[in-house]
Design a protein around this ligand. Structure first.
Ligand code: 13P
Ligand code: SF4
Length: 371
């Protein structure tokens, strides 16, 4: 498993183009303490001019930046107006009164914002910021699955395209997947649910419910690389370490972990339990962001990078706001169909995050693929 290359991964050579002036210093000095334990002063002076310019432009254009938990710390802590997991960002998109949303995350997250706020301008700083899960399935695949399993409701992970959401009965995220599957089975009066496209999340949900799950052979290219052996080695090398894993990891990884949850679920666990030593089995930037808020916790940091999330950088966010690019546009008919699936999810009165404690064998009924 590769080691984290740390926050310096996101320095863009173009960052040297903007000067660190007294005005920039005055506008950004109050932000530096948030990340000073991660970013040395010399590197901060490269980021600060971008941070100052982005924060000025946000006010001028009535824009908000929605930052996913996997953003690098200078984005997450210094320009993000709202930070969180996929569900929290979708909820923020639905309630913001800004006229422009810049999605500091991947393309499916920007599409989710556009679907919820079709009247707003939604920008993604890099159109190539994709996701292996979203790329694994199409709307046409879902239409075929619906023919094969008539009556079974379609629950789709939000890590999917707008076309796929348009074929969906209800969306879910990793923070509510178990509850959404049980709700869908009740509401559509079916013992079987199509849960797409993440086969590992599907198995981890199957371990928590009696609902029969049919899934798809999709996987997150970041989380599928973690193995149970990695966790055992980590425990051997770091006695007493608390292991927290994201449920996109294979079930055998979750079986070795102390707790599994969405990115915000992992962050909340650290805040509440303040473990002396912890390892987050998820994307690298999570540890950096959670560490700044929990200075007494020691983080063991082997991790995998998401190449899509790492396409988003301060210079690209600035360029996005300056040039109002790249605007996310979706066919209004697709928006109307997809919105229903996301709004059903948001409307569910969930009282807690989904837990993944493997009460049963993590077995699904079938894993479908494209013929
Ligand atoms: P969360 O909803 O847990 O933030 O996950 C999103 C994601 O892309 C994880 O890989
Ligand atoms: Fe997609 Fe995985 Fe990257 Fe999340 S971490 S955006 S699921 S590839």
């Amino acid at each position: 498993m590769p080691d984290s290359s740390g926050p310096e991964f996101n320095i863009n050579p173009q960052a040297r183009a903007l000067p660190y002036t007294e005005i920039v210093r005055a506008k950004t000095d109050h932000l530096y303490p948030k990340i000073s334990n991660l970013i040395p002063e010399i590197e901060w002076q490269l980021h600060a001019p971008y941070i100052a310019a982005i924060n000025d432009l946000k006010k001028e254009k009535n824009a908000v930046i929605l930052a996913h938990n996997y953003m690098t710390p200078e984005i997450f802590h210094c320009v993000g107006d709202f930070a969180g997991d996929s569900l929290q960002l979708a909820k923020e998109a639905a309630r913001t009164d800004a006229s422009v949303i810049v999605q500091a995350g991947v393309h499916f997250m920007a599409e989710t914002s556009k679907i919820l706020c079709p009247e707003k301008t939604v920008l993604i700083p890099d159109v190539k910021a994709g996701c292996s899960l979203a790329a694994s399935i199409t709307g046409a695949d879902i239409r075929l699955l619906k023919e094969k399993y008539p009556g079974a409701p379609v629950v789709t992970y939000v890590n999917s395209t707008a076309d796929v959401k348009a074929e969906t009965d209800i969306c879910c995220t990793s923070s509510n997947a178990v509850e959404v599957v049980e709700y869908a089975a009740r509401e559509w009066d079916s013992d079987t649910v199509l849960f797409l496209p993440d086969q590992y999340l599907a198995k981890n949900v199957a371990a928590m419910t009696d609902v029969k799950i049919i899934t798809w052979a999709g996987a997150c290219e970041v989380h599928e690389r973690f193995t149970a052996e990695d966790i055992r080695e980590m425990r051997e090398g770091n006695p007493g370490v608390i292991v927290l894993a994201h449920p996109e990891c294979p079930p055998e990884v979750l079986a070795e972990a102390d707790f599994a949850g969405s990115t915000s679920g992992l962050s909340n666990y650290v805040k509440e339990h303040q473990p002396r030593n912890v390892v987050l089995i998820t994307e690298c930037s999570m540890s950096d962001n959670v560490a700044t808020e929990n200075p007494k916790v020691n983080f063991v940091r082997p991790c995998n990078l998401c190449p899509h999330m790492k396409r988003i950088s301060l210079p690209k966010i600035l360029s996005s706001l300056q040039n109002m690019e790249h605007e996310v546009l979706i066919d209004p008919l697709v928006i109307d169909k997809a919105r229903q699936a996301i709004e059903r999810m948001i409307a569910l009165p969930l009282t807690r995050q989904s837990m993944y404690t493997h009460e049963r064998a993590p077995e699904v009924f079938a894993i479908e693929t494209r013929a």
